[in-house]
Design a protein around this ligand. Structure first.
Ligand code: ADP
Ligand code: MG
Length: 361
């Protein structure tokens, strides 16, 4: 739709003999991309804003067609259907699989892409929600084990020779839903760099990339949703002010179903096969584009949600003494805990939200 608009506009400029280049100071393009099961909004600034915005869309679509678990033709679906046999994989999938292995290890297994069979048993893959029996979960839990995933890198660096391959354990499958959008944000950094984009804001559904600062020189403002009021987009626990950063939120309010008055959400604790019940309702991880990555923030936000407040803060402290990333935790008992050792962001609490605000050190 937007492509069509841009095409019409270009044609008009051409026909009227006008070839004015985009004003580098004011040029801006905003596109919406429906992909990866969410509505994304990408706004780019600068001379090459239009080229960069559509290159970003192309890259996201390329990733979606490789990484989707519901598209039977995707690389991930082929890997999941291979029954433990080795399958050739692209560079993107190879990178994501090895990053996922690293994040699993670092988080003591809280982040684990092989949680897929358990997530499916709850109906989160096909939106046919149900509570699986304990017998079924007991049968599936041995499959939740990322140490059974092996990646055999290509020995040929030219790219023309044999590709890298990956192999799952028998009966295993992977779901990249907790890392794919973060990885996509990392790829957008490359697109923006290549197109010399001075500033951009990309919201990839709970995964925000703030590139540079705002056109008026102020930081980008990113609201953190109040998990108690997920349908009211103006209900915020506070606003983050960030520059050159990723900010990724995982919460129990994003996808869930209710049965007999109890809520079952989509973040599964690999240790139990059940939706994580850790006392947190959301976790926001913020890291700089220079030192952290979108994939890391995405994986950590999911893992720290499962760990709960105490373990999440211990993990935060253990990573470069709290300076690798910063955190905003929202707890079930009505607190917002901010952990930011290096003033990576300014956080403006919403005093009307009813939460009690604390800082962790
Ligand atoms: P969202 O994708 O809603 O932004 P997350 O990044 O937290 O939220 O990812 C949740 C998705 O990741 C789930 O829908 C499921 O597909 C998958 N998933 C669930 N539990 C885990 C887990 N422990 N480790 C890795 N992936 C998970
Ligand atoms: Mg995640």
């Amino acid at each position: 739709m937007r492509r069509f608009t841009a095409y019409v506009l270009l044609t008009f400029l051409f026909l009227s003999g006008c070839s004015a280049p985009a004003d580098p100071d004011t040029a801006q393009e905003s596109i919406q991309v429906i992909a990866m099961d969410t509505a994304m909004l990408i706004t780019t600034y600068g001379e090459h804003s239009v080229t960069a915005a559509y290159a970003a869309e192309d890259r996201i679509r390329e990733l979606e067609s490789a990484l989707s678990r519901t598209d039977p033709d995707s690389e991930v679906s082929r890997l999941n259907a291979a029954g433990g046999e080795a399958v050739e994989i692209s560079g993107d999938l190879q990178t994501i699989l090895s990053q996922s292995a690293q994040y699993s290890q670092e988080t003591g297994g809280a982040f684990d892409i092989t949680v897929a069979p358990a997530a499916t048993a709850w109906g989160f893959t096909a939106d046919r929600f149900q509570i699986p029996s304990q017998t079924e979960l007991d049968r599936l839990l041995p499959l939740v084990d990322s140490s059974q995933v092996s990646i055999i890198p290509s020995l040929d660096s030219s790219g023309d020779g044999p590709k890298a391959t990956a192999r799952l354990g028998p009966g295993q499958s992977v779901d990249l839903g907790a890392i794919a959008k973060g990885y996509a944000a990392d790829q957008l950094c490359k697109v923006f760099d290549a197109n010399e984009i001075p500033r951009a804001l990309a919201d990839l559904g709970g995964n925000v990339l703030a590139w540079g600062d705002r056109p008026d020189g102020a930081p980008w403002r990113v609201g953190i949703q109040d998990p108690a009021h997920p349908d009211d987009k103006n209900a915020l626990v506070g606003v983050l002010e960030i520059v050159d950063s990723f900010a990724v939120t995982s919460g129990s309010y994003q996808r869930y179903f209710e049965q007999d008055g109890k809520r079952y959400h989509h973040i599964i604790d690999p240790a139990t096969g059940y939706p994580a019940d850790s006392g947190l309702t959301s976790v926001t991880v913020v890291a700089g584009t220079g030192s952290g990555s979108g994939a890391m923030c995405d994986a950590y936000s999911t893992a720290l949600f499962i760990m709960g407040e105490e373990k999440a803060l211990d993990f935060w402290r253990s990573q470069l003494n709290g300076s690798l990333f910063s955190l905003v935790l929202v707890t079930e008992d009505g607190r917002v805990v901010v952990a930011d050792k290096i003033n990576r962001f300014a956080f403006a609490p919403n005093e009307d939200s009813g939460y009690a605000y604390e800082t962790a050190s």
